[in-house]
Write a protein that binds this ligand. Structure first.
Ligand SMILES: Nc1nc2c(ncn2[C@@H]2O[C@H](COP(=O)(O)OP(=O)(O)OP(=O)(O)O)[C@@H](O)[C@H]2O)c(=O)[nH]1
Ligand SMILES: [Mg+2]
Length: 386
């Protein structure tokens, strides 16, 4: 478990299960979305807030901002996040546990008995503007939808700067269908700093209209919805984050803390390292590099971060691609890309671990691993429990 900066870092091998069954909920009767009021209660509260939404909606950026430090990779390319990631923010009286999730899409095309997808169905969906679906998409969707069951509050992010995607409505319906009885639901209009006020206000109204339509189609939404007015915010504006946390704290139950006050995530150090390297791959290579690129990191003990800060931390990481051409793109001419990926991720990891890091990177081709469920679980450290 990675600890807050002021705590001594240590290894942890927590499993990926979501140990967050819903407990008594608070604030079920609140119906307003004002971001300004302080919670009146000073007893201990602890609960789960899940960030859901389509790809690129800004979930991970908001997640990192809420945790207060970077634990999940962010990039302008879709499908940066591949598994559910847990982050923790603790104050004297409240512990909010955030769940970042992979971007959602409409349902995958049907799989035949032999495990091969209906090609005609896929082509039809492609013509209709849906993205390519494969086994990884099925896994990531399950990862995302899997967090809903344990969430006290689900925040559904809609990118204020983008048009509503054709599959947006069906994705929202899938989320609503999974909401447990007393879980609250709220739309968030993200990236508002990128627009002038009148434009995001217009977007907010469009989203309200869509919410009304969704409520007509699915009356269950009414009882979960905190407010029909989406929360407009920017993950890059600290005062918005502060107000959002105040808002969230109204919907988490009275409960002892689930994690030590110094913990910031349940990810292992290896998962963190892999996440940061994957982010740099997404940032430093062209659009051709697909999200089907995995990183497996191994921190070599005994020189790892568990020991004296003067010790160098040796990390070996393997980047797994499924095509020879992708290997070439990641390595780049004379290894330039790989060098850049290595030096940028090393700096981020050194900053986090507060010690010198020797990072060795390898690129390996593993053809068709993306069709192999066991390999997906292994390479992305996905939980098999969902
Ligand atoms: N200006 C601005 N940019 C933002 C904001 N939130 C996210 N972004 C940018 O939007 C892009 C996507 O952000 P992510 O946080 O990776 O989005 P995501 O929803 O986690 O994406 P996936 O993991 O691919 O589903 C990145 O380039 C971010 O820097 C915001 O509030 N303001
Ligand atoms: Mg993400």
């Amino acid at each position: 478990m990675i600890q807050a900066d002021n705590a001594s870092p240590q290894y942890s091998q927590q499993n990926d299960d979501l140990a967050h069954k819903p407990i008594q909920k608070l604030g079920a009767s609140s119906t307003h979305t004002s971001l300004t009021e302080e919670p009146a209660n000073t007893t201990k509260h602890c609960g789960y807030v899940a960030f859901l939404g389509r790809v690129n909606a800004g979930k991970s950026t908001l997640f990192n901002a809420c945790v207060g430090t970077k634990i999940v990779g962010v990039s302008k390319k879709p499908e940066t996040t591949i598994r559910r990631i847990l982050g923790i923010s603790t104050t004297d009286n409240a512990q909010i546990i955030f769940l970042d999730t992979p971007g959602l899409r409409a349902k995958s095309p049907r799989t035949t008995k032999t495990g091969i997808k209906s090609v005609r169905g896929t082509q039809r969906r492609a013509r209709a503007g849906f993205a390519h679906h494969n086994t990884i998409s099925e896994y990531t969707t399950r990862q995302a939808l899997g967090v809903i069951e344990g969430a006290d509050l689900v925040l559904y992010l809609v990118d204020a700067t983008a048009f509503f995607h054709p599959d947006q409505e069906s994705v929202i319906h899938r989320v609503i269908a999974r909401l447990p009885e007393d879980t609250r639901f709220q739309f968030v209009l993200s990236k508002c700093d990128k627009m002038i006020t009148s434009r995001w206000q217009a977007r907010s109204q469009e989203l309200q209209k869509l919410t009304c339509k969704l409520m007509t189609e699915n009356p269950a939404l009414r009882k979960h919805l905190v407010s029909i007015t989406p929360l407009p915010l920017s993950a890059k504006v600290p005062s918005d984050i502060k107000k959002l946390k105040t808002f969230m704290s109204r919907y988490i139950p009275q409960s002892p803390f689930h994690y030590p006050a110094t913990s910031i995530t349940d990810s292992t150090d290896e998962q963190y390292v892999a996440e940061m390297i994957r982010e740099q791959i997404f940032r430093k290579t062209g659009d051709e590099i697909p999200y089907e690129t995995a990183v497996i990191a191994h921190i070599r003990k005994p020189d790892g971060i568990n020991h004296s800060p003067s010790k160098v931390c040796y990390i070996d990481a393997t980047i797994i691609v499924n095509k020879k051409s992708h290997k070439g793109m990641i390595i780049g001419r004379h290894g330039e890309h790989l060098k850049m990926i290595g030096s940028h991720s090393r700096k981020i990891i050194e900053d986090r671990f507060k010690r010198k890091v020797m990072l060795s990177l390898w690129v390996k081709i593993d053809s068709h691993w993306i069709r192999n469920k066991h390999k997906i679980t292994e390479h992305f450290s996905l939980s098999t429990s969902h």
